[in-house]
Design a protein around this ligand. Structure first.
Ligand SMILES: *Cc1c(COP(=O)(O)O)cnc(C)c1O
Length: 360
């Protein structure tokens, strides 16, 4: 605790109790910790993009509604007719806008654990309670009975379910999610950050429920640097959430660049397709590494369990060999002895495999 008296008096205790979201410096390491697309743009595309940027006037504020970009996103993310959309500076900002819209003392955000850490952090930022319902031990599936009981007890304003889930990589059972939507007293947000790596989606089901929202991001498909997320759902809900959006939250370079990139969707589809192929190969090879248990994934990463007590030393030794992954040991009891590795290029995946095989 700080000995700054004024700070101690005013900064909320729940904020002081947090540790800031830590992002390690990758240096020259092979970066397999953050679910980025490993492929850069083809030269010609890059040149065309730079020409386009050269014509942007950054002395002017961006289009506050980002109308052209929204139109492009509707097509590229198959948002159904009749659904409204709003944009965020990354989907993280959308989570924050949602929480700000419903936050009041005693109100609750509910999700599952282990899950995406920002749901809990943003609930805390906004002065809300967070309830995390544990997933099943064996396969990280939804424990529907416990989940429905928690919804009944907590009466959450907001429920987040990542589909596929991060950091476990699996898809929850569709019918279980439908049961959650029916049982929820408030909003259910299906967070489809990993949509490019799975064939499953709830996007097409918008309109069937008055409390379902679907969230997407362009980060994992290959535009993480732009910071752009999308929330789709009923116009009445989104009209309210839109009021919490800061004006011009999507800057002009992001608007122009994302619109341009999505007009060349096939480039990104090829890249994400290659990642999906590589995921299958990496999974099969990890299964052959003695002492490692990989978990099936519909995302662009694989969660793996390593021999007892070895996660931290393996994480450090992998860094020593120039490969940065994510150590999840200690993050949640279900993640004991677990590491998470992003699927990279075939070359990066081989480097990781040979490093971890040597270390075990
Ligand atoms: C990466 C991730 C996000 C954050 O996406 P940004 O658009 O980059 O903010 C949201 N949800 C889940 C589950 C994620 O893994």
């Amino acid at each position: 605790m700080s000995d700054n008296e004024k700070l101690n008096q005013w900064v909320r205790p729940e904020i002081r109790a947090l540790s800031a979201y830590h992002v390690p410096d990758p240096g020259d390491m092979i970066k397999l910790d953050a679910m980025e697309n490993p492929y850069i743009w083809p030269d010609e595309l890059r040149r065309e993009w730079l020409d386009l940027l050269a014509g942007v006037d950054v002395n002017r504020y961006p289009d506050p509604q980002a109308a052209d970009l929204k139109a492009r996103l509707r097509v590229s993310m198959s948002v159904p007719e009749g659904a409204e959309i709003i944009l965020g500076n990354g989907s993280d900002e959308l989570i924050q806008m949602l929480a700000m819209s419903v936050a009041a003392p005693g109100r609750t955000v509910l999700s599952v654990d282990p899950g995406f850490v920002m749901y809990r952090m943003i609930a805390t930022f906004c002065g809300m309670r967070y309830a995390g319902v544990p997933l099943n031990w064996d396969d990280f599936s939804l424990d529907l009975e416990t989940l429905l009981a928690a919804i009944e007890k907590e009466q959450p304003a907001l429920i987040f379910l990542a589909y596929p889930n991060n950091p476990t990589g699996n898809l929850f059972a569709k019918n279980a999610i439908l049961d959650v939507i029916e049982a929820a007293p408030g909003l259910v947000v299906v967070d489809e950050a990993y949509a490019p790596f799975t064939d499953e989606s709830f996007m097409g089901r918008l309109g069937e429920f008055d409390n379902l929202l679907v969230m997407r991001t362009v980060s994992k498909m290959g535009l993480a640097g732009l910071r752009l997320g999308l929330l789709a759902g009923p116009a009445d809900w989104l009209g309210e959430v839109e009021k919490t959006r800061l004006p011009y939250n999507i800057n002009v370079l992001t608007q122009v660049s994302a619109e341009f990139a999505l007009a060349h969707q096939s480039v990104f589809d090829e890249q994400t397709h290659a990642v999906r192929e590589a995921r299958g190969q990496l999974f099969a090879e990890l299964e052959r590494v003695v002492g490692v248990t990989p978990y099936p994934s519909d995302a662009n990463f694989i969660l793996l369990r390593v021999p007892q007590g070895r996660a931290l030393s393996l994480f450090e030794d992998l860094k020593g060999k120039g490969v940065l992954v994510k150590n999840l040991h200690g993050a949640h009891p279900l993640l004991e002895d677990c590491l998470r590795v992003t699927v990279g290029t075939p070359g990066e995946n081989s480097a990781f495999l040979s490093a971890i095989s040597t270390l075990l």
